[in-house]
Design a protein around this ligand. Structure first.
Ligand code: URA
Length: 190
């Protein structure tokens, strides 16, 4: 797939990539989920969240959809993106410099979808999009305001699905966070 980041060499992540990982789902999705960075499966396919963490994420979204058929939260209805479009070596956390250089791409994606709600998957994307440095525990449980370019949208922070794979006991907490997303959607859309 050709993307606006085609041929990008703004940071050294471009030296290692097989594919730019632009998104998965609906580019105009009213609910946007933002993860950290592509992993090996995403680098190989050019699609976001297609590995084990992606399957877990789809499971969560399908359950949320099954309970709330009117909310556009199924995997093919939401937009799924990352803070950076290329895989960091050894799956390390992207640096601030890498995220800053990649941010105009993320901004263009968010401006196109103009989301009603943003879901931040894990601390890296929460720090990057909320402009701070807090623990996941401090981020969770409140609705934040996320501003990027012309987009201003409420944001909910939850566990990254890879963290959930490592600690299945956090599943109940993730359900709570997605109930908050559904509540917000209903508040905003009647
Ligand atoms: N983890 C992420 O944060 N993003 C992906 O696309 C895959 C795994």
């Amino acid at each position: 797939m050709r993307t606006p980041a085609e041929g990008c060499t703004k940071c050294s992540l471009s030296n290692h990539r097989q594919n730019i990982v632009w998104h998965r789902g609906n580019p105009f999705g009213a609910i946007v989920l933002i993860g950290e960075a592509p992993g090996a499966d995403e680098d190989a396919t050019g699609k976001a969240f297609v590995g084990r963490a992606g399957k877990k994420l789809d499971e969560i979204l399908m359950k949320a959809k099954a309970y709330n058929a009117n909310v556009p939260i199924a995997p093919e209805e939401v937009l799924i993106v990352n803070t950076v479009k290329c895989r960091p070596p050894e799956n390390r956390v992207p640096t601030e410099d890498e995220m800053t250089k990649c941010r105009p791409y993320l901004q263009s994606q968010l401006e196109l979808s103009n989301p009603h709600i943003i879901v931040l998957l894990g601390k890296t994307s929460a720090d990057a999009l909320l402009g701070g440095k807090s623990s996941l525990g401090d981020y969770r449980g409140s609705v934040h305001q996320c501003e990027i370019g012309s987009v201003v949208a409420p944001a909910v922070v939850t566990y990254h699905p890879a963290a959930l794979l490592r600690n299945p006991k956090w599943g109940a907490e993730v359900v709570k966070d997605f109930k908050e997303v559904i509540r917000l959607w209903k508040d905003l859309n009647g």
